[in-house]
Design a protein around this ligand. Structure first.
Ligand SMILES: Cc1cc2nc3c(=O)[nH]c(=O)nc-3n(C[C@H](O)[C@H](O)[C@H](O)COP(=O)(O)OP(=O)(O)OC[C@H]3O[C@@H](n4cnc5c(N)ncnc54)[C@H](O)[C@@H]3O)c2cc1C
Ligand code: FES
Length: 258
């Protein structure tokens, strides 16, 4: 069920340059079903900015009724969000969208998780859920430079982890595709979130594999009513377009035109 709730800030901290980790608590957490879903946040109590901001769910803890997001504060809305402190309220609409299906893979199999920059956060809850199921995750995480790398330790605790930076300041140098070329492709399913060019490169690299890709699109309502977030589909799909907020943000490979 989609709900709107005033949730309370449990903790906000900076975890890399301009990257924040924000934990909120409230009963809306009980409705979170799948890794890869997102929430739509009002960043200010004032009239402006009016539009909510979509942010992925990065960790879910139903026992404590807490969830965590990781976001980059570079625009006006996210900068305002980064000012929230412990005890403050945040107006949350969610959980929204269809996330990563974990029923597509079985215990004992390997899953490839590929993240780019601020697309890495939703892969953390996904990886935790896969590990709980007995799946072996392989993480390939790409960042611009060392100063914006986050959660390396957390991913290593879950499985094999490769970090790559575009400027070579940490891990291996280049793009996630450079690392993927050196890996065996003995995984059953791949999951990815990041820039569209990265998702396109993965589809090209693994045409025979089952893959699930999470897309980002500018959003208005976040619930399928305003059509701000439509994307063209490929000729394999009957519908001409899909809405990222309500049909996605995660789609099987080959659905969205990249
Ligand atoms: C499903 C989904 C999940 C996301 N998850 C994360 C996340 O986990 N962490 C994170 O840092 N960012 C995430 N983003 C991107 C994030 O929503 C934008 O960076 C943020 O909205 C920018 O807002 P701003 O006010 O700081 O920037 P501004 O440039 O001031 O934003 C102006 C408007 O543009 C929209 N907008 C700007 N950039 C984007 C973008 N890349 N995608 C969608 N809308 C945008 C804003 O919602 C707003 O309406 C996600 C986007 C989507 C669609
Ligand atoms: S944001 Fe309104 S339909 Fe997707």
């Amino acid at each position: 069920m989609i709900r709107q709730e005033q949730m309370e800030v449990v903790q906000q901290r900076s975890i890399a340059t301009n990257i924040f980790e924000l934990t909120l608590t409230g009963s809306l957490v009980l409705d979170m079903k799948q890794p890869g879903q997102f929430v739509h946040l009002r960043v200010s109590d004032q009239m402006e900015p009016l539009l909510r901001r979509p942010i992925s769910i990065s960790t879910i803890n139903k026992e404590t009724l807490e969830f965590t997001m990781i976001y980059r504060a570079d625009g006006r809305g996210t900068a305002l969000l980064s000012e929230k402190k412990q005890g403050d309220q945040v107006d949350v609409l969610g959980p929204l969208g269809n996330g990563f299906p974990i029923d597509k893979i079985e215990a004992g199999q390997k899953a490839l998780l590929v993240g780019g920059g601020i697309g890495v956060p939703p892969l953390y809850e996904l990886s935790k859920k896969l590990v709980e199921k007995g799946v072996q995750p392989i993480h390939v995480l790409g960042f611009q430079s060392e100063s914006v790398v986050f959660y390396e330790k957390q991913f290593i605790e879950l499985g094999d982890t490769h970090i790559v930076t575009a400027d070579g300041s940490y891990g291996s140098a280049g793009f996630v595709t450079n690392v993927l070329e050196t890996l065996q492709d003995d995984f059953a399913v791949y999951y990815s979130c990041g820039p569209t060019q990265m998702l396109a490169a993965l589809e090209k690299m693994y045409p025979e594999k089952e893959g699930y890709l999470s897309f980002e699109q500018r959003m208005g309502c976040g619930i399928g009513a305003c059509f701000a977030c439509v994307c063209d589909t490929t000729e394999k799909i009957e519908a001409d377009y899909v809405k990222v907020c309500s049909d996605g943000p995660v789609f099987p490979s080959g659905v969205v035109q990249v």
